[in-house]
Design a protein around this ligand. Structure first.
Ligand SMILES: [Zn+2]
Length: 670
């Protein structure tokens, strides 16, 4: 009896886990869109994109204590062009950040299960649409855009993208994090020297729609190990700034100062004062964005953008189709082109978004009955066609509607429609999952009541049969509907599981000898459990709820465990209160404090010594146990010292030393 229940519990909870991804983390990617070509003469022939991994916006835009900018050269270039904050989204990680700026969409969160490494599905990018792209940088970032997954699942290099990466070993063993950036700059110097002697390469470089991409990992690593407030973070910013000046000069020289190069400098995400990133704090989300050169307008004020807006901007600068998965909105304030070009690129942006809406809509329609399908309410297809036709007329330079007005008139409706179809199944699936949850809860309760009353459901076949037949009939019913609707495979699971659970529940209630009064003695424990669970759920949204739970657990034991001595109960209550204080402290501090670790070490040694002594009074003398405990105390002392030594060495920018490494590994291994 219990075995099938345990098996069912495992299955039900696995389905719940999967449901989280299917309901909330739906891939934003659909396939089958036609790329919309950009019309007119583009302002830039080539584009340089530099991504300074983990660089914080405030560090770039604000002056340091001496009143100087940390990247003076880039700041000067920003004055010649346009600058602003580019906002990324959670998860603030390297891969999603780069996908947003180069692919134009906020990545499929379910890629987290693939470790953000390989492409779960293929997507279009600015590099893919370019004629040629050369990319230098980390082996974790560059290959995301240079490879394509074939239908057989193999990864192939896209022929017109040329990746140059160092090895992960190099990344691990460089003396300073900035070395990885020097590697990138040095490889470009070699590349441009080689290009001067290589006519074939020169010809490629001199074609239109060329992208040069530089990924600089150093600031991210610097921030992780030394924190953004460190001197080294500032110093490395200065070093990168110097090398950026050389890089820009090299590129200008390589293309004979033809003024057809657009330069873009940004970062994929920021980081907290603690040097971490991934969540949604302002310091993690805000990144600097600077653009200057061919086709870039000069703005005195800051122009803030969303990270994915970089994709249509780069496409418009080069005059190529916007990547088909992009949800970026062209930031027109950055463009210095003819009014006609601005208007036509705004229109291309609108068409590209609606192409995506169209494909998503058809996909959802094919999965529903004609009568049950509800299209996006704000604008129907005919109205859209009429509006687009009107806009085509308005894009002629003589019409007085500006590019900004054209873009604003439709793009947000398009993005709303995209979200609508993206979340089309959400409520339906949520209802099914809720039904499933309720069924499981009632079933578990019934099982507990039956157990406490000692009465099970009637096992006679004649009683079971109608429920069994009813369950089968209901399953066939929903399956027929699902087949007729052409529903995705996973929907069968979400629909059939509640049918199964509720069939069992109904059987137990109506066929069993379940009495309501059996539930009586279980009510108080059940209510306490429910309250505890609610507090646990609250902790997700409100950290101090953990403290409430801790206090309750302390009080509960104090008042109920009467067989224990008052001293022990008081000690439990006291330590519970102490632990309850922790969730009220800030999540991460601004600096590390090895002395706290030392104090904790001393305290645990004292406590262990005290308990050790008590053992000796109460238990028989056991040499082996005595030895083990003594060894544990020694290890705690050693660990505390190791933390302090490592911390001091890191502050002094020297390696912790071989003996620290060896001792740490030995302790870990033992
Ligand atoms: Zn990063």
């Amino acid at each position: 009896m219990m075995l099938w229940l345990t098996a069912l519990a495992v299955v039900v909870h696995l389905v719940f886990l999967k449901a989280i991804f299917d309901v909330y983390f739906v891939s934003p990617l659909v396939h089958g869109m036609t790329p919309q070509p950009m019309q007119g003469e583009p302002p830039a022939k080539r584009l340089v994109l530099v991504s300074c991994d983990g660089l914080r916006a405030d560090k770039f835009f604000e002056k340091n204590a001496e009143g100087n900018y940390r990247m003076p050269y880039l700041k000067k270039m920003a004055e010649l062009g346009t600058q602003g904050v580019s906002s990324t989204r959670v998860p603030t990680e390297s891969r999603p950040g780069h996908v947003a700026m180069i692919g134009g969409f906020y990545e499929d969160v379910s890629a987290v299960t693939k470790g953000w490494k390989d492409n779960p599905v293929d997507f279009d990018s600015v590099f893919n649409q370019s004629r040629y792209t050369w990319a230098w940088g980390s082996p974790d970032i560059v290959p995301i855009f240079s490879r394509v997954k074939t239908s057989s699942g193999e990864l192939h290099r896209i022929p017109h993208i040329f990746p140059h990466t160092y090895t992960s070993e190099f990344e691990d063993f460089v003396a300073s994090p900035i070395e990885t950036d020097f590697w990138v700059f040095d490889r470009f110097t070699e590349f441009s020297d080689a290009a001067k002697k290589d006519p074939a390469l020169q010809e490629k470089l001199n074609s239109d729609r060329v992208v040069l991409f530089f990924h600089l990992l150093g600031m991210d690593t610097t921030g992780h190990t030394h924190k953004p407030q460190s001197k080294l973070y500032d110093e490395n910013m200065r070093l990168i700034d110097e090398r950026m000046r050389t890089l820009v000069e090299q590129i200008e020289a390589l293309f004979a100062h033809d003024n057809r190069t657009a330069f873009l400098f940004t970062s994929d995400h920021g980081m907290t004062d603690w040097g971490s990133h991934g969540s949604g704090q302002v310091e993690e989300i805000a990144t600097p964005f600077v653009a200057w050169g061919a086709g870039i307008a000069r703005n005195r004020q800051m122009v803030d953008i969303e990270q994915a807006d970089l994709t249509p901007l780069m496409s418009a600068l080069l005059g190529q189709a916007i990547p088909v998965h992009s949800v970026g909105v062209l930031p027109l304030a950055y463009l210095a082109t003819s009014a006609a070009y601005k208007k036509s690129s705004a229109l291309t942006n609108i068409k590209q978004i609606f192409e995506k809406v169209h494909v998503k809509k058809n996909q959802k329609r094919s999965e529903s009955f004609a009568w049950s399908f509800k299209p996006f309410g704000k604008m129907d297809e005919d109205e859209l066609k009429a509006r687009l036709m009107a806009l085509e007329d308005a894009t002629s330079a003589s019409a007085d509607q500006s590019a900004e007005e054209i873009l604003a008139s439709l793009i947000h409706t398009g993005l709303e429609a995209l979200t609508y179809y993206q979340e089309y199944d959400r409520n339906y699936l949520r209802c099914l999952v809720a039904l499933c949850f309720l069924g499981w809860m009632v079933l578990s309760l019934l099982q507990i009541f039956e157990g406490s009353s000692g009465r099970g459901a009637s096992a006679h076949w004649s009683v079971k049969r109608p429920f069994l037949l009813g369950g089968i009939a209901a399953s066939f019913g929903v399956m027929t509907i699902l087949v007729a609707q052409n529903s995705p495979g996973i929907h069968y699971l979400y629909t059939l599981l509640p049918v199964l659970l509720w069939t069992i529940v109904l059987y137990k209630i109506f066929a069993g000898r379940f009495r309501l009064r059996d539930a009586g003695p279980m009510l108080l424990p059940a209510a306490t459990l429910a309250l505890g669970t609610e507090i646990l759920v609250l902790t997700f949204f409100y950290r101090p709820a953990v403290s409430v739970g801790m206090l309750m657990s302390g009080l509960w034991t104090y008042f109920t465990a009467r067989h224990l001595s008052t001293r022990l109960r008081l000690a439990w209550l006291g330590t519970s209160v102490l632990v309850a204080l922790f969730p009220l402290l800030p999540v991460v501090g601004s600096s590390r404090n090895p002395h706290l670790v030392m104090i904790a070490g001393i305290l645990s040694v004292v406590a262990m010594g005290y308990l050790h002594n008590m053992d000796r009074q109460f238990l028989q003398w056991d040499l082996q146990a005595y030895g083990v405990t003594t060894l544990q105390i020694l290890v705690v002392i050693l660990c505390s010292f190791l933390v302090v030594i490592t911390s001091n060495r890191v502050d002094a920018h020297v390696s912790p030393g071989t003996y620290v490494h060896v001792t740490s590994w030995v302790i870990w291994g033992s």
